[in-house]
Ligand binder design. Structure first.
Ligand SMILES: Nc1nc2c(ncn2[C@@H]2O[C@H](COP(=O)(O)OP(=O)(O)OP(=O)(O)O)[C@@H](O)[C@H]2O)c(=O)[nH]1
Ligand SMILES: [Mg+2]
Length: 453
């Protein structure tokens, strides 16, 4: 974005458009204090640090009062942007705010681009990229949970969680390169086993961080909970229960549901989409086969898969068992119809035994919601939660190169190759925080920000 650090002063309305009690104009850059004094007349010296001063904005030509305001000034670098920052707190009418902003610009400021305040904070070393992304996430948070995770990222949770891992990687690379630089000297370094063990630890930490991304996205875009299983197992009955409304047709005839039916819900602040699907069975007619195909696609895209089986029908069909094995980490196995005397939950070992419920009577639904909550919650409040695709890709890259380095090391390949992989891992890692990130990546991130941020 910048070839060199900016020298101009930017200004923008920092509050949301529309009528409000207050509206804030933010100014950042070397001329911030000067522009403030030009636009606002105060009785007290408005540049005294960290105090709010009362002032008035007048029209210079007519002398008419534009607004009564409070203003604030702080000299950099200990400010949000790292530069001198001024704020004018005016009344929150859109016309007044635009008028005052125009006066600040006429006095010499440039209208800020979207995200420009935050990008200046980044370039001035006031925050890394993950924190800049957290600012946006906090502003856009749709649930209390999402806001809490964003706030933790804002205080550098990703940094604190992964900085040690980055340092460990640096140490190992240093040890390997010392050996390469001085091959004739008898350097007493750690053994190959010790290095391999450390690399394996790093790899698994990075892998866990990557896994947290799936949960991280739950907070931002919500979770898809897909109900699948054999036909006539009671999927639509359970779906209607979870949706809290009679949405899908329930009938004793197998093959009732063909399309994917969706219903929107919410749980502990996490937006949920429940999906009912066609029952899986081998002898289905052509149209129903299409529904089964869609059901399998929906199951593959699920955040949580509820595999509902008929507890009176014996061992479930093979394609249901296959789904259970394939998506074991995000599936909940359910044996339905526990209200019937013929109920006998199928033995699914080595998979976990199914949860017994009755979609008809409502028995077992509370424990089921508990299991759903547990899947939604796990990792969310863990140490590291990656919430953007960019963060995930950076950590995933670092993880792959670490694994490659480990494999080369164990094969006793040329230490130079191992060191090269470690350097790539470090570079990927560094891009997580925006260290040496390319300008187009940084531009893309900040361009998604709102004006005045
Ligand atoms: N006794 C009892 N009957 C149930 C229960 N759940 C569903 N049923 C009955 O089982 C039959 C099938 O229910 P659905 O909910 O339509 O089953 P489904 O899995 O959606 O069926 P398809 O869409 O055809 O695959 C209906 O007659 C329901 O009334 C239950 O918990 N107990
Ligand atoms: Mg159905």
């Amino acid at each position: 974005m910048y070839e060199a650090l900016p020298t101009d002063t930017i200004a923008a309305i920092a509050t949301a458009p529309g009528q409000a009690a207050l509206g804030i104009i933010r100014i950042s850059g070397p001329a911030a204090g000067d522009l403030l004094q030009q636009v606002v007349q105060t009785s007290r010296h408005c540049l005294s640090p960290d105090t709010m001063a009362f002032g008035r904005v007048f029209d210079r030509t007519s002398g008419a009062l534009v607004d009564e305001v409070m203003c604030f000034f702080r000299r950099g670098p200990r400010t949000a942007t790292g530069e001198d920052v001024a704020e004018i707190h005016a009344h929150g009418g859109p016309l007044v705010l635009r008028d005052i902003l125009a006066r600040v610009c006429a006095a010499g400021a440039r209208a800020a681009l979207p995200g420009e305040f935050t990008s200046r904070a980044f370039f001035n070393g006031r925050m890394d990229l993950t924190r800049a992304e957290a600012v946006m996430a906090l502003i856009g948070a749709k649930s209390e949970q999402a806001a809490r995770v964003a706030a933790r990222q804002l205080e550098g949770a990703i940094g604190k969680g992964l900085e040690d891992t980055y340092d460990a990687l640096t140490d190992i690379r240093g040890q390997l390169e010392a050996g390469l630089d001085h091959p004739d000297e008898d350097l007493v370094g750690p053994s190959l086993e010790t290095i391999a063990l450390s690399l394996d630890n790093i790899r698994s930490t990075l892998e866990r961080a990557c896994q947290s991304f799936r949960r991280g996205t739950l907070l931002t875009r919500g979770a898809r909970i897909v109900i699948a299983g054999p036909s006539n197992a009671g999927k639509s009955s359970l779906f209607n229960r979870l949706a809290g409304a009679d949405r899908a047709i329930v009938d004793a005839e197998p093959g009732t549901t063909r399309d994917v039916v969706e219903a929107i819900g919410e749980r502990n602040g996490i937006p949920l989409t429940f999906c009912d699907t066609a029952g899986l069975r081998g002898d289905a007619p052509r149209v129903e086969q299409q529904g089964i195909e869609r059901a399998k696609q929906a199951a593959a895209a699920a955040d949580i898969l509820l595999l509902v089986m008929d507890g009176t029908a014996g061992t479930p069909p093979e394609d249901v068992l296959e789904l259970a094995r394939l998506f074991a980490d995000r599936s909940i196995l359910i044996a339905n119809k526990c209200d019937l005397p013929a109920f006998s939950p199928p033995d699914m070992s080595p998979l976990p035994s199914p949860l017994c419920i009755s979609a008809r009577s409502g028995d077992g639904l509370v424990p089921l919601m508990g299991r759903i909550d547990a899947l939604l919650q796990s990792d969310i409040m863990g140490d590291v939660v990656l919430t953007t695709g960019r963060q995930h890709d950076a950590v995933d890259d670092a993880c792959r190169h670490t694994a490659a380095a480990l494999a080369l090391l164990l094969e006793k390949r040329d230490p130079e190759l191992v060191a090269l992989e470690l350097r790539r891992a470090q570079e990927a890692f560094a891009s997580l925080w925006g260290r040496h990130a390319s300008t187009d990546v940084i531009d893309r991130i900040f361009s998604t920000f709102c004006l005045g941020k």
